[in-house]
Design a protein around this ligand. Structure first.
Ligand SMILES: [Mg+2]
Length: 226
């Protein structure tokens, strides 16, 4: 989605990642698990699933939350059931809000600075997050869900970043990408000579990323330090 972008109106573009950059991803997970729990009560007459999953998540588990919680409650985690639960999770209406510092930063936008978002993740889910956060009314001009190009379009693919460049028509140094995950977020923007900032929120999900890490030019904990 693109709001009207008058040619030459901007001389700088700040592009944000979404999850754990503009809001806390853990809030999305909790909201999704609660939605799946409510679904299980209504459709399976199964009580306590939401709490069982949330307890596991809070205890630090990050995989097999559905399976293990079902087993704990004496339910067989069939593939069909897990697939259904995943759909409920991705299609729920998220109960999330912008981090206070992000909201304040967006509200202070310089008139010649444009704001955009590049986010990975399942298309349906990411669109719902953008809607729930009301981003287009909070100063974001353009939101790109990389999944519109399929899994291949996800970061570290350059495609979304080049797309931003083609829309705003500025040279690489005029863009800044702000994101949280050195596993995948900074490869493309750095290769295109963008400025990069990593936001390391204390409550973020990817505390200890691994793999082919590329870090941003500088690190902040919240937008107040930008
Ligand atoms: Mg992120």
């Amino acid at each position: 989605m693109v709001k009207a972008l008058p040619g030459g109106a901007f001389d700088r573009v700040i592009v944000f990642d979404l999850d754990d950059t503009l809001y806390l991803e853990r809030d999305y997970v909790l909201s999704g698990l609660k939605a799946v729990g409510d679904w299980a009560i209504a459709n399976l007459a199964l009580h306590g699933l939401g709490t069982a999953m949330i307890d596991r998540f809070e205890a630090g588990y990050r995989t097999r939350l559905f399976d293990e919680a079902l087993i704990e409650l004496g339910f067989h985690p069939s593939e069909r059931l897990i697939t259904r639960m995943l759909a409920v999770y991705r299609q729920h209406r998220p109960d999330i809000r912008l981090a206070d510092d992000a909201a304040a930063f967006l509200a202070r936008r310089h008139p010649r600075t444009a704001f955009a978002v590049i986010t990975d993740g399942f298309l349906d889910a990411q669109k719902r997050k953008i809607r729930a956060l009301n981003l287009y009314r909070r100063g974001i001009h353009l939101g790109i869900c990389t999944d519109r190009w399929g899994r291949e379009g996800w970061k570290p693919n350059q495609r979304a970043f080049r797309h931003i460049e083609s829309i705003f028509g500025l040279s690489g140094m005029k863009y800044t990408y702000v994101a949280d995950n050195p596993t995948k977020d900074f490869h493309a923007p750095i290769s295109l000579q963008w400025d990069t900032v990593r936001i390391a929120r204390p409550q973020r999900m990817h505390i200890a990323p691994s793999g082919d890490l590329i870090d941003a030019a500088r690190v902040i904990e919240k937008f107040g330090e930008f």
